[in-house]
Ligand binder design. Sequence first.
Ligand code: HEM
Length: 122
Amino acid sequence: MISHLVYKNIHLIGVFMVLMALGGLLLHRINGGTQQHAWRKPVAITHGVGMFLILLGGFGMLARLGIFLSWPGWVIVKVIIWIVLGALIAVIFRKPTLAKPLWWITIVLGGLAAYLAGNKPF
Ligand code: HEM
């Protein structure tokens, strides 16, 4: 049986991959880069695999915590954050003016997701 700790590590590796990919793309965009760049495929793979690992680790931990169909509020908000982080890869090049604010917003979203898991406020 896969332990809670192993799922947490999978989850966190996914988080790091997604944040690396988004950070790289945001800086590229802030510097005037376009969607056609040399590292396009590896960045897309890093983001996509990271999204999957967040989901795998997250739901694995939920199973270990005995949380199945009725999700508490903190899980619902984390799933929304996950969806937003997934959508951002498309938004960065469609809305170039948002790149600078998204740099900070992404950090806040990551911090909020961590806070929700640690504190489970609702
Ligand atoms: C599908 C969405 C997600 C689900 C279902 C989910 C679920 C979970 C669960 C169940 C835990 C463990 C809580 C515990 O040990 O008591 C956890 C921990 C954590 N999650 Fe998520 N999560 C999701 C998305 C995210 C995202 C998008 C991020 C950050 C960008 C994130 C960051 C973290 C961090 C940093 C921890 C470790 C907190 C700690 O050790 O106290 N999660 N998550």
